[in-house]
Design a protein around this ligand. Structure first.
Ligand SMILES: NC(=O)C1=CN([C@@H]2O[C@H](COP(=O)(O)OP(=O)(O)OC[C@H]3O[C@@H](n4cnc5c(N)ncnc54)[C@H](O)[C@@H]3O)[C@@H](O)[C@H]2O)[C@H](O)CC1
Ligand SMILES: [K+]
Length: 492
């Protein structure tokens, strides 16, 4: 049984190839790997669709196709009705051997040009980590037919058409019911468009030893579900830090309040909100445990900054004169650890400044694009690169939000969040995350662990809250599950 480290390690396609090659050092050559991959995929098919009798296997020109040939032969030998479509060009090496073995076992291979055969389950063995451009021609047509076909698709290693490194789909891409990864997780399976294409993910480590994984540092790691340790009995609110939220320009007091309440729900000792005078009464009425302060400019803000352990800068801040003045004060004079979100990031994009203090930036793809001076599409084409570039440029921890949120450190570490759902793409969710991360920093966590734990808590809370349906999920629905999760409690 492979240990947890291998199951949470994420590799690039190039690193996966190196793992593949290095398996030979442990007596497992590429031919064996392909046989084991085919076996594992066939076992997954039988487990997921025990009633299936007819399968349609779509093989590509490379080793992904080779895995498909092995699966097809095993299905044939198990008495299933098997149709195989493969390109006319003869496969090479291990895939050629797998193709020959299928034919020797009585299998038939039909050209891609054939219409999709009727099947209970399809197997996508067109492209894996070797995809280097958008599928075209007959391959693209087969992918579209699979997606329109109605029957479930089991994708081998990577849904064909999805880039294994970025999770971007440059063109047509299979929407699989399930994906069986081989040897190690490819990092593109957990971010970007991957969630629309992978279906249920499972990893087949092909009985490779931990020593092989230990010899290959991964590019990134999946976040694991964590909580804060129980509190010391003698603790008091001074031990749990003071968060100052700066934001809530005219009409945007709700954003500041959401960040503030999230900070309380995750355990900050005290939460002040520096905001416009008009928001003080409504915030107190809604959540009397918060301490809203009317702040009209830098002087009034100074005292609040000095009382704070951590500053959450940006929820509803706006980019007008008021917001800009407070933003400058927090950046230049406060000398406090910072969480920058929303308009604090937009102001930074407009007026780039070095961040002197420990900081966490929490951009969504649009804010990241403004900070990088590129198009949003460029950010989404390579989210790992975008997050790493921003973290290095600002010497800060960066949380690049969106499907498969990434946390990047200035030293290049990346943690990937596999929780969360489309219901969280609603107003205020980002404000809540800002408050969560600030509260964890106020309780003594450095930016990197605070951002990793905060992103995981926030996304898991979003999944628990979405149990009643993703539509209509409100940011404030996360407060109760957040409180349960940060304490390590189950949330019914
Ligand atoms: N350690 C592992 O991950 C294992 C990998 N195996 C399987 O091998 C594939 C990777 O095989 P490879 O031959 O390198 O590439 P693909 O089969 O993914 O692609 C084939 C070939 O297709 C060409 N190509 C790429 N994109 C396009 C395109 N859009 N249109 C046309 N042609 C394209 C390109 O030349 C590729 O080389 C891996 O995913 C696993 O399934 C082992 O069998 C098990 C261990
Ligand atoms: K595939």
């Amino acid at each position: 049984m492979t240990s947890i480290p291998a199951l949470s390690a994420l590799y690039t396609a190039a690193q996966a190839r190196a793992l593949d090659r290095d398996a030979a050092r442990f007596g497992v050559g590429s031919h064996d790997l392909m046989q084991r991959a085919g076996w594992a995929a066939f076992a997954a098919l039988r487990r997921r669709w025990p009633e299936a009798v007819r399968i349609g296997v779509l093989c590509g020109p490379g080793n992904n196709g080779g895995d498909g040939f092995v699966l097809a032969r095993l299905a044939l030998e198990a008495g299933m009705a098997v149709r195989v479509l493969a390109p006319a060009s003869p496969a090479r090496g291990d895939a050629a051997q797998a193709r020959a073995a299928l034919l020797e076992a009585g299998g038939r291979i039909e050209p891609w040009s054939e219409a999709l055969p009727p099947a209970d389950v399809y197997v996508d063995a067109l492209y894996g980590i070797g995809l280097d451009r958008a599928p075209e021609g007959e391959a693209a047509a087969l992918i579209e037919a699979l997606n329109a076909g109605g029957a479930p698709v089991l994708a081998l290693d990577v849904p064909s058409g999805l880039d294994a490194d970025s999770g971007h789909a440059p063109g047509a891409a299979v929407r699989a019911a399930a994906t069986v990864g081989f040897v190690a997780w490819k990092r593109g399976l957990f971010t970007g468009q991957a969630a629309d294409h992978c279906g249920a993910l499972e990893l087949a480590t092909l009985d490779l030893p931990d020593a092989l994984y230990a010899a290959h540092a991964p590019d990134a790691r999946l976040l694991t579900a964590e909580a804060l340790p129980p509190r010391a009995r003698g603790g008091h609110k001074g031990d749990y830090g003071r968060v100052l939220v700066i934001g809530g320009d005219h009409g945007m007091g709700g954003a500041a309040r959401l960040a503030g309440e999230a900070a309380l729900r995750v355990g900050a000792g005290l939460v002040e909100i520096a905001t416009r005078a008009e928001h003080v009464a409504p915030i107190l009425a809604a959540r009397p445990e918060l301490m809203p302060r009317a702040v009209d400019g830098p002087q009034a803000l100074q005292a609040a900054c000095e009382r704070a352990d951590v500053i959450a800068l940006g929820p509803g801040l706006g980019q007008g004169a008021w917001g800009h003045a407070l933003w400058l004060t927090a950046l230049l004079d406060a000398q406090r650890p910072l969480v920058l979100d929303a308009d604090a990031l937009n102001l930074l994009a407009r007026e780039p400044r070095a961040l002197r203090d420990a900081a966490v930036l929490t951009p969504h793809p649009g804010e990241a694009a403004r900070l990088l001076g590129c198009e949003v599409a460029a950010v989404q084409r390579d989210r790992y690169a975008a997050a790493r570039t921003l973290a290095q440029r600002y010497a800060a921890v960066v949380v690049l939000k969106g499907a498969g949120t990434l946390v990047a450190s200035p030293s290049g570490d990346v943690a990937v969040c596999r929780w969360g759902n489309p219901g969280m793409a609603s107003g205020g969710m980002g404000d809540v995350l800002t408050g969560v991360i600030a509260a964890l920093m106020a309780q003594g966590q450095a930016p990197w662990p605070a951002a990793c734990l905060g992103v995981g808590l926030h996304a898991r809370a979003g999944d628990l809250a979405a149990a009643a349906g993703e539509r209509g999920l409100l940011a404030s629905d996360l407060f109760a599950p957040l409180r349960a999760l940060v304490n390590g409690q189950p949330h019914e």
